[in-house]
Design a protein around this ligand. Structure first.
Ligand code: SF4
Length: 225
């Protein structure tokens, strides 16, 4: 039997139902879902305007979109930074507009942080970094995570790489970014494994790693085989 995931937004009372087909929606419409409306479809229906492309010095990120109040990108209500550029080419990807390295807007990391912190008073439980592929911009990603951690924020990062693959990468920025990540959702999207993926994941192969620092330390221990 196929499972549906029901997520209640405690701030608004909105209910997000993941895994619904058009047929499910027709069957539920009426008493159970008396006034349903689209809230998202693996991506938000509304995003905040991106800051003006920055001339600022310092680390930069190519950003596809920013949005607040997501209940599908990690625990609780989250502000989300969706980064531009991805080379994984997962079949059935919901966000092909994030693939090009030239899309989105190149922004100073400080401007990205300011936009993420500006929730107009809406409650927030943390920030999620999605893509695209965040680890294709390791320098800017690390700078972003460092600044968010200075504000004490809980951080979720999505990646199409496995954690093992990231742990083998030589760039020190990647290891540092992983150490600042509270939850990593890893692995490519696999369309045939999308059913019953549950909260936060696109497909069942993806893992929700909540002890990222410990796992990275184990993977990078010289005698680990
Ligand atoms: S990693 Fe994410 S953004 Fe990249 S192709 Fe796969 S599903 Fe799409």
């Amino acid at each position: 039997m196929r499972e549906l995931t029901w997520i209640v937004d405690p701030a608004t009372g909105d209910v997000v139902v993941e895994g619904l087909t058009t047929e499910d929606l027709s069957a539920l419409a009426g008493d159970l879902l008396p006034a349903s409306r689209d809230l998202n479809c693996a991506r938000p229906l509304t995003t905040v305007p991106l800051p003006i492309a920055s001339q600022a010095h310092g680390p930069v990120l190519r950003v596809a979109s920013l949005y607040h109040g997501s209940v599908v990108d990690g625990p609780g209500r989250r502000s989300v930074c969706q980064l531009q550029h991805c080379t994984h080419a997962c079949i059935g990807c919901y966000v092909p507009q994030t693939h090009s390295p030239d899309g989105g807007v190149l922004l100073g990391v400080d401007d990205v942080v300011a936009a993420l912190l500006d929730t107009a008073g809406e409650p927030r439980d943390g920030v999620s970094i999605t893509g695209g592929e965040p680890f294709l911009q390791p320098t800017g990603l690390l700078a972003l995570l460092q600044r968010l951690k200075m504000h004490g924020l809980h951080i979720v990062v999505y990646t199409g790489y496995t954690l093992e693959a990231l742990a083998r990468r030589p760039e020190p920025e990647i290891a540092e970014a992983l150490h600042l990540t509270d939850i990593l959702v890893d692995g490519p999207f696999v369309a045939r494994l999308a059913d019953d993926a549950g909260e936060w994941r696109g497909s069942r192969n993806q893992r929700i790693v909540s002890d990222v620092r410990r796992v990275v330390d184990v993977l990078t221990t010289p005698h680990f085989t």
